[in-house]
Design a binder for this molecule. Structure first.
Ligand code: ZN
Length: 288
């Protein structure tokens, strides 16, 4: 199955819902960064959240960044998506191995620890919008739900999951976000709350071969749902030598002079795709 995201609304517009399958995107991230299983789960959940949230952006050129910073061994997560759901991301410490949690699952909360989550939306305005919340669980889905409730005053049900084999292969990855609009009736809310408790995990459903459409139809069983959009997502870095120049310039004159003298050049590596760019002495002179 190719990776994609769907958007849907209930008839009457009380609830909007998004669902995504991200197996290939997360598989690509895991292979680029040589992620451990718990790092795959953490980065994969965040990539899926960003894929879905890119569909909440307003227009071409808008960019969403999710940053998670924790005091656990993973250190932090950074994920960026553009309007077309071209996704990229990295984990501070990608090769962390920690024991499974008490439920026998990958311990994402333990690997992230205590900290905060930032959502930065560049909507092409003078200043980007920045939402900031403390982590409530470190499991990421709950933290994103808390972000929506706290920063955007939108009650949301968020489910994000990555199923990883013991060898580190991504078996399934995806998620959904369901949001209640201000006119949502109490009845609809209690129906969804109960329904979410009854259904299998999103990774189980995807692993069984269910599509994002199947998953939303299953959750909203008996309610009329209109699927309004389907669009692809993928892992795609947008780095270039020109973009890397900015990083080198920010090191300052003295540092650059040192690199010319000692190494006759400098190597810059992209955090998101690990591609390396070499700047020779002449190019560094120009940057100074
Ligand atoms: Zn790159």
């Amino acid at each position: 199955m190719d990776d994609y995201i769907i958007r849907a609304v209930t008839v009457g517009g009380q609830v909007r819902a998004f669902a995504a399958v991200t197996n290939n995107t997360v598989g690509e991230a895991a292979s680029i960064h040589n992620l451990s299983p718990v790092a795959s789960a953490a980065l994969g959940r965040t990539l899926t959240a960003a894929a879905i949230m890119s569909k909440m952006l307003k227009s071409e050129g808008n960019i969403i960044t999710i940053q998670i910073k924790g005091d656990g061994p993973l250190g932090g997560v950074v994920v960026v998506s553009d309007y077309q759901a071209n996704l990229r991301g990295y984990i501070y410490n990608p090769e962390v191995y920690i024991p499974l949690n008490s439920k026998g699952k990958l311990d994402v909360a333990g690997a992230i620890g205590k900290g905060y989550l930032n959502v930065i939306m560049d909507l092409g305005l003078k200043e980007p919008y920045i939402g900031y919340v403390d982590l409530v669980s470190g499991e990421i889905a709950e933290d994103i739900a808390y972000y929506f409730a706290y920063s955007e005053q939108t009650p949301s049900i968020v489910s994000l999951g990555v199923l990883v084999s013991p060898e580190g292969k991504i078996l399934s990855s995806g998620g959904f976000i369901i949001q209640l609009m201000p006119d949502a009736e109490e009845e609809t809310i209690s129906f969804l709350e109960k329904r979410i408790k009854d259904i299998p995990s999103v990774t189980t459903m995807l692993y069984e071969g269910k599509t994002p459409e199947d998953i939303l139809k299953y959750i909203f069983e008996g309610m009329e749902l209109k699927i309004s959009d389907k669009s692809p997502c993928k892992y795609k870095c947008n780095c270039s030598k020109e973009r890397m120049e900015r990083g080198i310039i920010s090191l300052g004159k003295k540092e650059i002079q040192g690199m010319i003298k000692e190494q006759k050049g400098a190597e810059a590596q992209c955090h998101f795709c690990n591609k390396k760019y070499w700047f020779n002495a002449e190019e560094l002179e120009k940057l100074m």
